[in-house]
Design a binder for this molecule. Structure first.
Ligand code: SAH
Length: 218
């Protein structure tokens, strides 16, 4: 998407080089997408000077926008090629949603908190994304009407893979989900191979709680 001159462009390019490329994220499409998406727009004005820092930031309602490196890592693990239908659980600020929308055909995103969902929806529309659908709801149940999904990304940490999400993953599909306790998780890649679940763990992470029927209590 073409945009007018953006004073944050150099800062953003430096974020991608120093925090992502230098730490081993090599997927050129992911790096290019994160050079494009205006991350500062997804935080409140007072936090904009810190939007490209190497950390998560608060977005209200006790939730956070994930650290750039974690967004890059999760997105790279999905191995998007451009034609996929993606389900995201935990829209939050909508930043990760925008990165996915740059790289996939269509993104369906579920957020349980209406105010965050509304804000993300308005911003993504303003930024010109036309391949994103945001719904308020309980993400551990997935989005059955839109299933199956080629990729699923869960951006909050749960105790185990919610069964409806695995059911809604297409054969050969990939899901990335932080699994662990309420404080620490491991970034987990889940693949569906001939209907069976294969999992591989990709390092420690700290996410806000995944809340819902197949996760933690609110
Ligand atoms: N990708 C977002 C991360 C937001 S934090 C970003 O970078 O901005 C995780 C989000 O998951 C929070 O907004 C939280 O409200 C939401 N969430 C937690 N459990 C959920 C569930 N079961 N269904 C939908 N959203 C959920």
């Amino acid at each position: 998407m073409e945009r007018a001159h953006d004073p944050w462009e150099l800062t953003r390019a430096r974020m991608v080089d120093e925090q992502l490329a230098r730490r081993g994220i090599t997927d050129a499409r992911v790096l290019a997408a994160m050079r494009r998406v205006p991350r500062h727009r997804f935080v409140e004005e007072a936090l904009r000077p810190r939007a490209y820092g190497d950390h998560p930031l608060p977005i209200g309602e006790e939730q956070t926008i994930s650290q750039p490196y974690i967004v890059g890592l999760m997105t790279a693990l999905l191995e998007l090629e451009g034609g996929e239908k993606v389900l995201e659980i935990g829209t939050g600020s909508g930043y990760q949603t925008a990165v996915l929308a740059e790289l996939a055909r269509r993104v369906c995103s579920i957020e349980r908190l209406p105010r965050l969902a509304e804000r993300a929806r308005a911003l993504l529309e303003e930024l010109g994304y036309t391949n994103v659908w945001i719904r308020v709801g309980s993400g551990t149940l997935g989005w059955p009407d839109e299933a199956p999904f080629d990729r699923i990304l869960v951006t909050a940490g749960g105790p185990a893979v919610p069964p409806p999400l695995f059911q809604q993953l297409a054969e050969g599909g990939r899901m990335v989900v932080p699994l662990g306790d309420e404080v620490n998780q491991r970034l987990t890649l889940v693949e569906k191979v001939r209907g069976e679940m294969r999992t591989r763990s990709h390092g420690e992470c700290k996410f806000v709680k995944l809340v819902g029927k197949y996760a933690w209590e609110a």
